[in-house]
Each structure stands twice: as structure tokens, then as C-alpha cells.
Design a binder for this molecule. Structure first.
Ligand code: 16G
Length: 241
């Protein structure tokens, strides 16, 4: 399995070996991987090489560490396609997860400059600010802060936002959600994100800014979200010509 004469670095070969074991199901999600000593004996390689491979696999989201317990196989990342304009609730249901939300804060505030600009409002217009941890089978996936013009997306309650915002907008307010633009960038989780997403200091997150519009072009939401990079990946199909 490991070829010491190969020009491919040994740590990289070990990474590939472990990935193959994960893909084939020999190592199952949440199963502890063998100890460094086992790999060292099995392949006659140094602990340092093994540590390097394991650290890379943790950083790439294949494995996770638990202090004092060991290193475990991560669940497969959620694949989010970047085609249709879907809600978190719809995305999770489609994948067979139970969607959920944990409300962090919910209030009406006067829009500052950034929010006013994004939502094409004048400054100090009342907007809802909703902060939710989005859950899949009770596991935190993203921290989402949503801004909505209070005189457009009317009558929000805790009950509604604990379920689906898009469903309320479409079914109860009879507004037509039409299109959105979003940007995605990499970042390191900040203090509040670490705590609420239950990830370790230094973990990467994907920051997404989304502005969504109704059929007549009116922006109805501006959302800032931090997605756990170890649980999420975005997939985009492109056509040439
Ligand atoms: C997704 C959307 C967010 C929208 C939410 C509605 C991204 C980056 N964000 O999380 O803009 O507000 O779905 O979800 O995809 P809900 O209907 O489940 O409340």
C-alpha cells in the first residue's frame, strides 16, 4: 500500500490510503481510526509522517479530533448545488436530514448603511435582524444572520423563524421569491461562530453573503452566513459556449 521508493511523499500516500478506507466503508463515520502506533507498525513509517497525514485529513474535513479521545472519521460533507434558489429547510429535507434552527436573537433594528444599501432602503428604515444556528439532524451547520425589511416581510414571529422563512414568505405573504446573488469566501471562524457552531479555534468557515429579490426586483432579504467548512461543500456545474 505504501511505496517508499515512490516520489509521492509518504504522508500523502497514507492520506490516500485512509481516504480509500473511508470511501469503501471500511472506516465508518464516527469510528475511531487506528492509533499512530498501529500505522507506524503496519507501514514502518515515522510518527511524524503519520501526524502530518492525519493533520491534513483533519484540515480537509475527512477526520475530526476530540481532545483526550482520539481521531475519528467525519461524516460526508453536505453537497450544496449552486443551481436553484432553495431554502435551508428544502436543502436539508432533500438530503434526508431533519432541518432545524436554534434562535440566537430576533429583533427590529434601524438599518445601518450596509444593510440599507443591500436592501435598497434609506438608512434607519426598520429591518428584522434574525440570527439563527441552522441544524441538520441537530448538528450545527451554519450561523445565519438575516435582514428583512419589516414593512415588506410582515408579521414575523419566533414560531415562524424556527421553521421556514421562505415557506412563510411564499405561502402566507404570497410574495414570489425570484432570484438571488451570492458571494462565497473563505474565513477562519470568529469567537461567536466557534461557540455556536461547536467547532475548534482556528477552524475554517465559508462566508456567504446573499441578497435575494422578489419577482418585481425588490430585495427582500440580505443574509450573512458562516457555514462549517468541514461539513459543507458547494458544487457548481458549468456549461461551455
Ligand atoms: C438558506 C439561504 C438564506 C435563506 C434561508 C431560508 C443560503 C446561503 N442562504 O439558508 O438566504 O434565508 O435558506 O431558509 O443558502 P428557511 O426557509 O429554512 O428559513
Amino acid at each position: 500500500m505504501i511505496d517508499k521508493r515512490s516520489p509521492i511523499p509518504i504522508y500523502h500516500q497514507l492520506e490516500e490510503y485512509i481516504k480509500t478506507q473511508i470511501d469503501s466503508g471500511e472506516l465508518q463515520p464516527d469510528e475511531a481510526i487506528p492509533s499512530e502506533r498501529v500505522y507506524a507498525d503496519m507501514f514502518q513509517i515515522s510518527r511524524m509522517t503519520i501526524r502530518q497525514a492525519l493533520t491534513n485529513l483533519v484540515n480537509d474535513g475527512y477526520l475530526y479530533r476530540q481532545k483526550g479521545r482520539g481521531t475519528f472519521v467525519n461524516k460526508k460533507k453536505v453537497e450544496q448545488r449552486l443551481q436553484g434558489l432553495t431554502s435551508f429547510t428544502e436543502d436539508m429535507k432533500e438530503r434526508g436530514f431533519t432541518p432545524g434552527s436554534k434562535l440566537v436573537s430576533f429583533e427590529i433594528i434601524p438599518s445601518g448603511r450596509e444593510i440599507a444599501e443591500r436592501l435598497k432602503l434609506s438608512e434607519n428604515t426598520p429591518v428584522y435582524e434574525i440570527k439563527r444556528v441552522r441544524l441538520a439532524d441537530n448538528v450545527p451547520m451554519a450561523l445565519e444572520t438575516t435582514y428583512l425589511p419589516a414593512n415588506l416581510v410582515k408579521g414575523l414571529t419566533e414560531d415562524i423563524i424556527n421553521q421556514s422563512l421562505y415557506q412563510y414568505i411564499e405561502e402566507k405573504l404570497s410574495l414570489t421569491i425570484h432570484e438571488a446573488t451570492q458571494q462565497i469566501e473563505a474565513s477562519i471562524a470568529k469567537e461567536q461562530e466557534l461557540r455556536l457552531l461547536e467547532i475548534e479555534k482556528g477552524s475554517p468557515v465559508l462566508l456567504i453573503l446573499r441578497t435575494s429579490h422578489l419577482k418585481d426586483g425588490t430585495p427582500f432579504e440580505f443574509v450573512k452566513s458562516a457555514y462549517r467548512a468541514d461539513r459543507y461543500k458547494f458544487v457548481h456545474t458549468m456549461q461551455r459556449g
